[in-house]
Design a protein around this ligand. Structure first.
Ligand code: NAP
Length: 290
């Protein structure tokens, strides 16, 4: 995990200014989550949604410096493009090829990726405390999968099998990171045996996401009973994939924890304080129902 020591936590005004840049941004749960966190920590400040279109990204990043933001999150579609406007990129974020968190230290902007480490923290806390030596199957090889797989390689798994509809992406990703772990890329037609011997099965594809809630990323009868099954999707909170896996006696883990923990890491980078994870989760859950 990357660690940073904030050199300037609170701005001259005594308040901390934070935000999230994306296009669109109106549906983001980050403002409600971080506002609750700042309040719980007793830190004066604001976390604001920033609607930034691709053509405005460079000037928006310059404004982080000029307006004295302590930091920002970056979401779709800017996670890759933003990298060229930063002063430093953390090693993990550079390997993943995407940044979701920027820290401003007196005008020097450093980009991090907390998606993967947030996911693994959540998986270990909620479902699978020890990943060492386990057979992990990751369905999907898109942007989210890259962050997660990179973070999983640090956990000394037995083997990681990456299965993707476009097999070449999975094979290329496995080749790129073969120096980090025992990792292989597979096509969907090769997936059955890998899934059947998995200890941990992770869906990083968008299959099953609202409104296509009845779709499954793998055949139901491939899922071994009693394993850990995880889904990055958090809308719905419990996908059909997780419901079916629970009925087969699996320990299940949904995507809300990843979202909360990527935010928790970002907040810790900005403030140097432990994030109030339960309060952040409650705030997001409450916003779904209000
Ligand atoms: P992405 O970069 O577009 O990747 C999508 C992945 O899903 C690719 O591997 C793609 O395969 C696969 N896929 C899409 N439709 C498919 C289908 N019909 N059948 C089989 N495979 C299919 O997207 P992403 O950013 O990685 O996001 C993926 C999922 O993770 C989304 O559901 C998103 O909501 C979720 N997510 C959750 C969090 C969180 O905080 N919980 C954070 C980020 C993302 P191909 O390569 O063949 O196209």
């Amino acid at each position: 995990m990357s660690s940073i020591k904030p050199s300037r936590v609170i701005s001259n005004t005594g308040a901390i200014l934070l935000g999230v840049m994306g296009d669109p941004i109106v549906h983001s749960k980050s403002p409600v989550m971080h506002t609750a966190a700042l309040k719980a920590l007793g830190i004066a400040g604001n976390y604001v949604p920033l609607h930034v279109k691709p053509e405005g990204l460079e000037s928006a990043i310059q404004a982080v410096r000029s307006l004295g933001f302590r930091g920002v999150n970056v979401t779709i579609p800017h996670k890759v493009e933003v990298m060229k406007y930063l002063d430093n990129i953390d090693e993990g974020a550079a390997r993943v090829g995407a940044v979701n968190t920027i820290v401003n230290n007196d005008g020097v902007l450093t980009g991090y990726n907390t998606d993967g480490i947030g996911y693994v923290r959540s998986l270990k806390e909620e479902a699978c405390p020890k990943l060492q030596g386990l057979e992990i199957v990751v369905l999907g090889a898109g942007g989210a999968a890259r962050g997660i797989i990179h973070a999983l390689t640090a956990e000394q798994p037995g083997q990681i099998s990456v299965v993707n509809r476009t097999a070449s992406k999975a094979i290329e990703l496995a080749r790129e990171w073969s120096f980090l772990a025992d990792i292989r890329g597979l096509s969907e037609t090769e997936a059955k045996e890998a899934v059947r011997s998995a200890d941990v099965l992770i869906n990083t594809t968008s299959v099953g996401m609202h409104p296509h809630v009845n779709e499954l990323p793998v055949s139901e009868d491939w899922i071994p009973s009693g394993i850990v099954v995880s889904d990055l999707i958090y809308n719905p909170l419990k996908t059909k994939f997780l419901q079916i896996s629970a009925a087969r006696g699996c320990t299940t883990h949904g995507g809300l924890g990843m979202f909360v923990n990527q935010g928790a890491y970002a907040l810790e980078y900005w403030t140097g304080q432990a994030a109030p994870v339960e309060i952040m989760k409650e705030a997001v859950l409450h916003s779904f129902t209000s």
